[in-house]
Design a protein around this ligand. Structure first.
Ligand code: ZN
Ligand code: ZN
Ligand code: FE
Length: 758
């Protein structure tokens, strides 16, 4: 009898097989271990007692990045006498897949090896079994070198020896490389081609020191880089990127240097220093150059994660580099030398390439911490394609997501695999990235779609792609209401499969009454929802234009509630424009109605004189949030007895305070406090009347850290369980996961009812 142990989870590309091998040797176990596309499979001659001990040690001692989801043990009737323990060759077995590791920041051991290993002295693409590129280079499963973009690099004898040596840190490290055989950087500067790393390093460091802007190929794409403390350099970068005000992310030499510029608590420091190396949004202590994040007092920070990042900081004078995605305004991040040359050629001072191809484009991820809980805002490098466990069958479901900050997701067995951050699907380059990634995910995860899911909104590019595929392949297409999908994503994350009260506040999403929703109170489970209440509809004069010009919403709400428009607002905008807008509202010209909470924040930001014209998404609410003082108790009166909820008294209160010259900071705080109180109050009402005990919040408005943290503390004081999206973004990046969750539940119920009929 032979024992077969199948381990599923994140067990490939993270040093799992060598770990098993060494453990088996230590324990005197004889048998084999192999990667299969459904996990790692071990065959050994074992007693039950020994099996248990073996499993216990696997669970306790596995490599840090590895994650075990499921272990299967079975006895099989094989008559084999194993003479030792061996790692055997990978074999593609079935359509089941195992997890693919996300890209991992270079580890401390590798950084040390760069100083002492003869063939890797200063080598910039060093990696080992525990670190290096993974998702960005993988083309197929199983995770073997031949299935990655490293296939074109033949291993030198030194690397080959290490690769085969079970006792080496690079045993079976698929991207293994060194100065003799691995990828190299190259650049052309002043008609001279550079290939020597130390020359490239000193040249690029000199340029950065002089305030120049360079583009450099990284793990998941190109970055645009300059000295973050040099105003001139930062402004040139802004011009190159055609980006007026959107804050740039900054890479600091180390956490100590970062602390000169930002404040962080333990949870935030853990995020910043984790092997995933995301951009962490932190409270600013000191501004680098003002052009980095102009009027914001948060700063997106990250730490070095490639060897060259560490090397730059050794050679440059500044502790902080702007490190922003290498793309022009809203295009996808460049990944090939051709794309980089086309976008930045003649604009930046130097483009640094390397010859390890990026197969899967991945932007830097963005995260912030709310009430001690990390909450992802952009889920990409370092996280993707780690799956979510659905506790239900999601096989064959393909969800197309929403329109802005899009991701898609697919269902494999009981796991949901979410794509990397794609972006806004409005330009064809991003759409091309979307369709390309869709194809690559289907191939990589051996995915055959059986049912498609998209948003209710017919004009989203993602919905159109879904329609197209449904037609082409004759597949059923399910359309899911946007805010229900927001709620369901959070329910999946926390394994909730029961009715909950969901407060979904965002900019906009199409409702089942064909109106723009976005200030929603739902009673929902994974299958369906009832709209309990919502924020009162308000006119949105000019449609989408109103979300770019917050003053329109200020005028709109005030006019809607029959309140006088403050003189200061009229003066800033101009009487003629305000009058025209009012005529538009009265005559219903190009004026849809919305219950979107995002528009409410816009209106207040304009009313307080913080932002009349928005230059980027969610600028107005972000300014309103950061203006609010630390007063968490004062608020405006609000009537909780009506459905829909009217915010008229809130506007009256703000106008009153403005007349009394109350500070803008206090007014902003009172607005937040009132909205938090409103959410709590309504939730309590609904919990009392409904068969639910839990509250879920989601939607882009909860990227507002102040609001979210205030809700966390209010709800915990009341003893009401509040679920805040953490691993799945609360913005529209999370929609695809919610779509799958709902489709899976509906499919399951349909199967049950069909079985009952038979
Ligand atoms: Zn390493
Ligand atoms: Zn080598
Ligand atoms: Fe949304």
């Amino acid at each position: 009898m032979i024992t077969r142990i199948t381990i599923q989870g994140l067990v490939q590309g993270v040093g799992f097989r060598p770990f098993i091998y060494l453990l088996a040797k230590k324990m005197g176990i004889k048998g084999t271990v192999a990667n299969r596309n459904n996990g790692v499979i071990i065959h050994a001659a074992l007693s039950d007692e020994k099996t248990n001990l073996f499993i216990k040690r696997i669970l306790e001692e596995h490599p840090p990045v590895a994650f075990i989801h499921h272990i299967d043990i079975e006895k099989i009737e094989w008559k084999i006498d194993y003479s030792n323990f061996e790692i055997i060759k990978s074999r593609s077995e079935s359509d089941e897949v195992t997890q693919v590791a996300p890209d991992i920041a270079v580890c401390p051991d590798c950084l040390r090896d760069r100083e002492r290993q003869k063939h890797r002295l200063s080598y910039p693409f060093i990696n080992c079994t525990h670190c290096g590129p993974r998702f960005s280079i993988i083309k197929d499963l199983p995770y073997d070198r031949a299935n990655t973009t490293m296939e074109t690099f033949g291993m030198c004898p030194d690397c080959g020896k290490e690769y085969m040596d079970i006792y080496d840190r690079r045993f079976h490290a698929q991207p293994i490389a060194c100065n003799q055989c691995g990828p190299v950087y190259y650049a052309v500067y002043g008609n001279i081609e550079y290939r020597d790393y130390s020359e490239i390093l000193s040249l690029t460091a000199q340029l950065l020191n002089k305030g120049k802007v360079i583009a450099a190929k990284g793990i998941g794409g190109y970055h645009l880089i300059c000295d973050a403390t040099n105003e001139y350099a930062v402004n040139s970068l802004r011009r190159i990127k055609h980006r007026d005000t959107k804050p740039f992310a900054v890479m600091f030499q180390n956490k100590e240097r970062a602390k000169e510029y930002i404040y962080m608590n333990k949870a935030e420091e853990d995020c910043l220093t984790s092997w995933r190396r995301p951009i962490v949004l932190l409270k600013q202590r000191k501004r680098p150059a003002s052009g980095v994040n102009s009027s914001m007092n948060t700063l997106g920070c990250m730490l070095p994660y490639m060897p060259i990042h560490y090397d730059w900081f050794e050679q440059i004078d500044t502790p902080a580099l702007v490190m922003t995605s290498g793309n022009l305004s809203d295009l996808p991040i460049a990944v090939t030398p051709e794309e980089a040359e086309r976008q930045f050629g003649g604009k930046v001072d130097l483009i640094l390439h390397h010859n390890r191809d990026i197969h899967n484009r991945v932007d830097d991820s963005v995260i912030h911490v709310c009430g001690g809980q990390p909450c992802l805002i952009r889920r990409s490098r370092g996280f993707v394609p780690e799956p979510f466990f659905a506790d239900t069958d999601v096989e064959g479901l393909l969800a197309f997501g929403a329109e802005k900050v899009n991701t898609f997701a697919l269902g494999k067995a009981d796991t949901v695999i979410q794509s990397q951050y794609i972006g806004d699907l409005k330009n064809w380059e991003t759409l091309a990235f979307y369709t390309e990634s869709l194809e690559r995910f289907q191939h990589l995860f051996r995915f055959v779609p059986k049912q498609l899911v998209c948003d209710l909104h017919p004009d989203y590019m993602s919905s159109r792609e879904a329609e197209k595929m449904a037609l082409q392949h004759n597949l059923p297409l399910l359309k899911i209401q946007h805010h229900h999908a927001h709620a369901a994503a959070c329910m999946l994350e926390y394994g909730l499969d029961e009715p909950v009260v969901a407060v979904i506040w965002d900019g906009t999403g199409l409702g089942d009454d064909n109106k723009a929703w976005g200030g929603e109170f739902l009673l929902c489970d994974r299958k369906g929802y009832i709209r309990l209440s919502h924020l009162e509809y308000a006119p949105m004069p000019g449609g989408d234009k109103a979300s770019e010009e917050p003053w329109r919403m200020a005028v709109s709400y005030l006019h809607h509630f029959g309140l006088a428009i403050p003189r200061t607002l009229i003066e800033r905008i101009g009487k003629a424009k305000v009058d025209t807008l009012i005529t538009m509202i009265d005559k219903g010209i190009n004026t849809p109605y919305t219950s979107g909470a995002g528009r409410l924040f816009d209106a207040f930001a304009s009313l307080l004189g913080l932002c009349d014209l928005s230059t980027r998404q969610a600028e107005a609410p972000a300014l309103l949030e950061q203006t609010a003082t630390d007063n968490f108790s004062d608020r405006y009166p609000i009537d909780l007895s009506t459905d829909p909820v009217t915010t008229q008294s809130l506007f009256e209160g703000v106008l009153n305070d403005l007349r009394k010259d109350i500070s803008i900071g206090l007014i902003a705080a009172k607005i937040h406090n009132t909205l938090a109180y409103l959410i709590l109050g309504k939730s309590k009402q609904f919990l009392k009347n409904a068969d639910a005990t839990k509250v879920v919040i989601s939607g882009g408005c909860f990227q507002n850290k102040r609001l979210t943290e205030q809700l966390q503390s209010l709800f915990s004081r009341e003893g009401i369980p509040l679920y805040v999206p953490s691993k799945i973004p609360c913005n529209d990046s999370g929609i695809a996961v919610g779509q799958i969750t709902i489709a899976a539940k509906q499919r399951e119920e349909m199967k049950i009812s069909r079985n009952n009929e038979n």
